[in-house]
Design a protein around this ligand. Structure first.
Ligand code: GAR
Length: 190
């Protein structure tokens, strides 16, 4: 069976990483099997490292603090991803701004905790919670050089109701876990 390879980039908790591994890694779909060949993090203390290990996937650590510039970090990141020969790069809570060195070379998708094009960039979850909007949600989009501006691949929204911040955050993560693996499969089929 055809194997489609992906790499997952993350920076912290890794709940999306864990969910993607459970839903996709070594699982067979209609015409292909998915293999998560590796994970990559910029944070040596990321909790996701152990989560990936528990599910049989090693993490490559590229500590951004050891690079002289954003460009130098991105050059190494691109080289590392190219060596893995993946079909798709999946950003799951990867908290680094990427330069065109990355976006011009690597086909990648990202998950963002808001209904894009609203609340692009940092602290999107908090800004979405604080807004007067009656609905909130999550978006999966193509990674391009402008932050959170690539074509939207999939979204999920919900009614904010009277949620407190903790409930809101849980609902955001629930929506992310519901759609991200589906979005990955949708992109891999193309
Ligand atoms: C997720 O909510 C993701 O949408 C967000 O970081 C969180 C990572 O959680 N990403 C961004 O804000 C990117 N701009 P996780 O580490 O538990 O998957």
């Amino acid at each position: 069976m055809l194997i489609k390879k992906i790499v997952i980039l993350f920076s912290g908790e890794g709940s999306n990483l864990e969910n993607l591994l459970k839903k996709l890694h070594k699982k067979s779909f209609k015409s292909f099997q998915v293999e998560v060949v590796s994970a990559i993090t910029n944070n040596p203390d990321a909790k996701g490292i152990q989560k990936a290990k528990n599910l049989g996937v090693d993490t490559i650590i590229l500590n951004h603090k050891t690079f002289k510039s954003r460009e130098e970090f991105d050059t190494k990141l691109v080289e590392t991803i190219k060596n893995l020969e993946v079909n798709l790069t999946v950003l799951a809570g990867f908290m680094r701004i990427l330069t065109p060195i990355f976006t011009n070379e690597i086909k990648a998708i990202n998950i963002h905790p808001s209904l894009l094009p609203l609340f692009k960039g940092a602290n999107a979850l908090e800004r979405s919670f604080d807004s007067d909007m009656k609905v909130a949600g999550v978006s999966v989009h193509d990674v391009v050089s402008e932050i959170d501006a690539g074509e939207i691949i999939m979204q999920r929204c919900f009614d904010k109701k009277e949620m407190d911040f903790d409930n809101f955050k849980s609902k955001i993560h629930e929506c992310e876990h519901e759609i991200y693996y589906k979005a990955v499969l949708k992109v891999l089929k193309i």
